[in-house]
Design a binder for this molecule. Structure first.
Ligand SMILES: [Zn+2]
Ligand SMILES: [Zn+2]
Length: 452
């Protein structure tokens, strides 16, 4: 399966120095044919390098796909990446934010560009039937659970190594510092903060620009991007309504917290529909109501849990305020004690820097079929890449299509089969076009930032 014949678990196989030097030879033979000019001149060279090294990158992808690890347990995954990056000449520090790694490559005076991949997989069973499907099980919250890379983080890791490899091979054409980071626990939105707390930007330097890409249920070969907010911010909601318990047949002797909770869940949606700007995105979902033990007992309290999603700070504050007010008003209406309301700040929305997006978009449109590089509206998920952006790093987070274009077309026909999206047990990226697109797009994005 790989160019190099070492081990089945491919610790070193895809990164054989032979491949790198072959790649370098390809570059030097074509470099002279390139006209100087914008960073678009790199496109042909990048493409040739990717083709030369592709088998190794796909082997990394399939290996990581078959051996997923959950958030903050990504020990073997991080090790594989650390080995790969050392082989490429990066200075690698492990254990940043528990299992995260930071790989630095200094190549003269110039900007520092950060590229992030995630490390973690999901506690779920893969049902793709692929020959390299995960069969791994682990203990999760005290229960034996399957683990699967159903969000594409495995693809991001392989593309991250592939990008590093391409940039190393083109080292004599740019100056600056590469800061490749592998972040734990993205799925739990709890990996970026520990990396920052562990001195990511103080020990290794604050990057001038940061990039991240994400697999997306579009046709492989397509790229989605936008300026401004691209992923939502998320805050957690917890509340307890206090009532007075009584017999179910005597509601007049009670203050009924079940009724309060029900009324709140309905009334609070007016915050979304009437208080926030209708042109702005905002979602409030109560996903859990817990209260009572039996049908004939009015309990004395009910607990609610929910999630608040927004893109814009004003909307976010307005929703927080409205949700608190709706909870208080519900209790007041029932003559109940004031409820406990907690809004636990989660993660900001990921906001892309317009100048970086415009420059990268222009570059990608010359290097790819321009009709396949598309502006896309913000997506509703959340990613704690936002922590790096909020720490003041101008950034760009973009999306690459990973599904078979035939399946995407079929899904658009009347009665067509819905596409398996991220977190579906059937999520099955097509490796080659997805990886090649990811590596080419990310390599060009970084080269654009290094050579502008
Ligand atoms: Zn995910
Ligand atoms: Zn993800």
């Amino acid at each position: 399966m790989t160019h190099c014949s070492s081990t089945r678990r491919l610790r070193v196989a895809p990164f054989c120095r032979g491949v790198v030097s072959l790649a370098l030879a390809v570059v030097s033979s074509i470099a002279s044919a390139q006209a100087p000019g914008g960073a678009a001149r790199f496109a042909t060279d990048v493409e040739k390098l990717i083709t030369t090294d592709y088998a190794g990158v796909e082997a990394i992808y399939k290996d990581i796909h078959a051996h997923p690890e959950l958030a903050m347990e990504e020990v073997n995954t991080a090790k594989k990446l650390a080995v790969a990056m050392r082989e490429l000449g990066f200075e690698v520090t492990e254990g940043i934010g528990k299992t995260g790694i930071v790989a630095m490559l200094r190549n003269g005076t110039g900007p520092t560009i950060m590229v992030r991949t995630e490390l973690d997989a999901l506690p779920m069973e893969e049902k793709t039937g692929l020959p390299y499907a995960s069969k791994i099980k682990t203990n999760y919250n005290g229960k034996e659970t399957y683990v699967a890379h159903s969000c594409g983080h495995d693809l991001h890791m392989a593309a991250w190594v592939g990008t590093a490899k391409t940039l190393v091979a083109l080292k004599d054409r740019w100056k600056g510092t590469l800061m490749f980071i592998a972040q734990p626990a993205e799925e739990t939105l709890s990996g970026a903060k520990p990396m920052l707390a562990d001195g990511l930007f103080t020990r290794f330097g604050k990057p001038d620009v940061a990039f991240a890409l994400h697999a997306w249920p579009m046709a492989a070969g397509e790229i989605g991007l936008n300026s401004g907010p691209v992923l939502t911010g998320s805050d957690a909601f917890e509340a307890r309504f206090f009532g007075r318990g009584a017999h179910g047949s005597a509601p007049d002797k009670s203050i009924d917290p079940v009724l309060m909770a029900s009324r709140f869940v309905v009334d609070v949606q007016s915050v979304v529909s009437r208080e926030k700007d209708p042109f702005q995105f905002g979602v409030f979902t109560v996903g859990s109501i817990q209260g009572g033990t039996a049908g004939n007992i009015i309990p004395d309290a009910v607990d609610l849990r929910g999630t608040i999603r927004s893109l814009d700070k004003t909307v976010r504050n307005r929703m927080h305020d409205g949700i608190r007010r709706a909870a208080k008003a519900t209790a007041l209406l029932a003559a109940a004690p004031e409820p406990e309301v907690k809004i636990i700040p989660g993660v900001d929305s990921v906001v892309n820097d317009a100048a970086i997006v415009n420059r990268t978009e222009a570059l990608l449109k010359t290097a790819f079929d321009p009709t396949r590089v598309k502006r896309m509206p913000p997506a509703t998920p959340t990613d704690d890449f936002a922590e790096f952006v909020s720490a003041g790093v101008p950034s760009m987070f973009f999306f690459i299509g990973v599904l078979d274009p035939k399946d995407v077309d079929a899904s658009r026909q009347p009665g067509g089969k819905p596409l398996p999206i991220n977190h579906s047990p059937y999520f099955a990226p097509v490796p080659e076009p997805s990886l090649k697109t990811g590596i080419k797009a990310m390599s060009l994005a970084v080269l654009g930032a290094l050579t502008q």
